[in-house]
Design a binder for this molecule. Sequence first.
Ligand code: MG
Length: 252
Amino acid sequence: MSRANGITIKSTRELDYMREAGRIASQTKAVLKDAIRPGVTSRELDAIAEREIRSLGAVPAFKGLYGFPATICSSFNEEIVHGIPSRRRLEEGDIISIDLGAVVGGFYSDTAFTVGVGRIDEDSQRLIYATEESLRLAVEQTRAGHRVGDIGAAVQTYAEGLGYGVVRQYVGHGIGRSLHEDPSVPNYGTPGRGAQLRVGMTIAIEPMLNLGTWDTRVLDDGWTVVTADGSRSGHFEDTVAVTENGPEVLTA
Ligand code: MG
């Protein structure tokens, strides 16, 4: 591992650990998507995720980190991120965002998705589609020589063009031997500005789009971040490596 302006550059061997951590997180996402239906609790989903990650030989990335009590973050409807799994049951018409990560050989992955529970309203469907699409546009910018501002501008231009609020208080981040490393990767910005990307850098890109405004607040549990106006929110995240051949999504 070396550094460029405080940002870690991974060796091939280190990148292989991150690929494995990404593969395990991705497989866990698939298992969770199969389990999501009306009636299941978020705590049951948490248990499924922990069992899957450990059975694949990895360690849950979030459990115990900064004092977070669970393997997944589960955020319902107007909850944006950092929801704590509970006995709350998923209901038809809800949307739920699940965020999780795995650690292999000391290296982290981090990924998230939003999905509808049963039949959901059209605004929520469009929000989910747009959030995933904004991540795809951001990944497309994740190339050597580009800057962090190119990533943020890709999300912001697309999402604000559709009238969504782009969350500002929470941002993507470098990732590697720690879950959160430099640089910060905001979902807004100016093309050509910010830290420059180099081959071997790995970042977690995580657009959070709201049906209403971008403003947020934290619930009394000290963790759950919700939209200030109570509107619904979508969240997608991938861990992405900058390679000589362009972006490599490790959590696809
Ligand atoms: Mg993250």
